[in-house]
Ligand binder design. Structure first.
Ligand code: FMN
Length: 327
């Protein structure tokens, strides 16, 4: 499948944009394991224009991670167009607009998923951003604001008419935040709408190779996007890609293989930030990783692992964990 002129191959699998998660180190890691496209964390258009340092840093992309999308959000037409131009100058392969973020500080102010309550403004922003840059523009959004307003089937057509090159849909409403189960039926309806011709990327609750394959087969989406399923588990892309191409599940690696990946993530995080902030950043991955599930009496070790303050302390704890796959 293609987005604009970017060829992403057959049944591509993407790393979803995630704030405080998809920094450059994690994107490169996921890329190494087979992610076909990666997204930056979302970037505030207002902060970009004010040239806030931390925000500018989020625009750094590396050649090894291509194709890579920078994602922006905001609620003002002129700032979004201006931010789009600033992002384009940073050299991503495409630009993605976030109309899906449900958190209060974003949606409550009318940006992100808040735009699902102001469709004329959403469409105007989309048209102006498309006009402002020469790279493909894509949109990521949700099914609608709440259960009574699941407007995605009509909205997808309207967004397509604004000139976007692909649409990612997270199968939840804003009201659901991250609760309940993602509903892929409407994603499938958008995909099967004969008036739609742009690629549709399905997103929500894909946490295994089997689920990913099932989503492609049942809903006919052009690509699948994985978010939380990759946190503390960047190797999920290797499992998924292998299963999609061979129909066979990859056998487990030794426990130490997975642990080495997590340790590498710790080191990269510390190198990129500093020891204290790097460790704080990586705790989310350590807390979420499935690697330690099923290890007997793990609770105390887990608490210690998530409290460790230096790399040495953390690695001593990690190295003391008995590997459940190693005999
Ligand atoms: C910690 C976290 C941060 C997120 N940040 C963003 C973001 O910056 N932009 C965005 O479009 N979605 C963001 N999302 C939503 C994900 O991209 C994705 O749509 C959602 O998690 C559902 O997919 P999943 O079930 O595979 O996680 C975030 C989700 C999480 C859990």
């Amino acid at each position: 499948m293609k987005i604009g002129t970017i060829d992403l191959g057959e049944r591509p699998v993407f790393l979803a944009p995630m704030e405080d998660v998809t920094d450059i180190a994690f994107r490169l890691m996921c890329k190494r394991f087979g992610a076909d496209m990666v997204y930056t964390e979302f970037v505030s258009s207002d902060a970009l224009i004010r040239s806030v340092n931390k925000t500018q840093q989020k625009l750094t992309v590396a050649d090894e991670e291509r194709p890579v999308a920078i994602q922006i959000y905001g609620k003002d037409v002129a700032s979004m167009a201006e931010a789009a131009r600033i992002c384009e100058a940073a050299g991503p392969d495409l630009l993605d607009i976030n109309f899906g973020c449900p958190v209060k500080k974003v949606a409550g102010k009318g940006a992100g998923a808040g735009m699902l309550r102001n469709i004329p403004l959403m469409l105007e922003i989309t048209r102006e951003v498309v006009k402002a840059v020469s790279i493909p523009v894509t949109v990521k959004t949700r099914l609608g604001w709440d259960a009574d307003n699941k407007i995605i089937v009509d909205l997808a057509e309207q967004l397509q008419d604004c000139g976007i090159a692909a649409l990612s849909i997270h199968g939840r409403t804003r009201a659901q935040m991250y609760t309940g189960e993602a509903d892929w039926t409407l994603i499938g309806e958008v995909k099967n709408n004969p008036r739609m011709h742009i690629p549709i990327i399905g997103n929500g609750d894909v946490t295994s190779a089997e689920i990913c394959k099932q989503r492609f087969e049942q809903y006919g989406v052009d690509a699948v996007m994985i978010g939380r399923g990759s946190i503390g588990r960047p190797w999920i892309f290797r499992e998924v890609k292998h299963y999609l191409s061979t129909g066979e599940l990859l056998p487990d690696e030794a426990f130490s293989w997975y642990l080495d990946i997590l340790k590498k993530q710790v080191l990269q995080s510390v190198e990129r930030l500093d020891e204290r902030r790097g460790i704080l950043h990586i705790r989310r991955h350590l807390a979420a990783t499935p690697l330690f599930k099923g290890i007997a009496d793990f609770k105390q070790t887990r608490v210690a692992m998530l409290r460790a303050e230096t790399v040495e302390e953390l690695f001593n704890i990690l190295d003391s964990i008995p590997g459940k796959f190693d005999i």
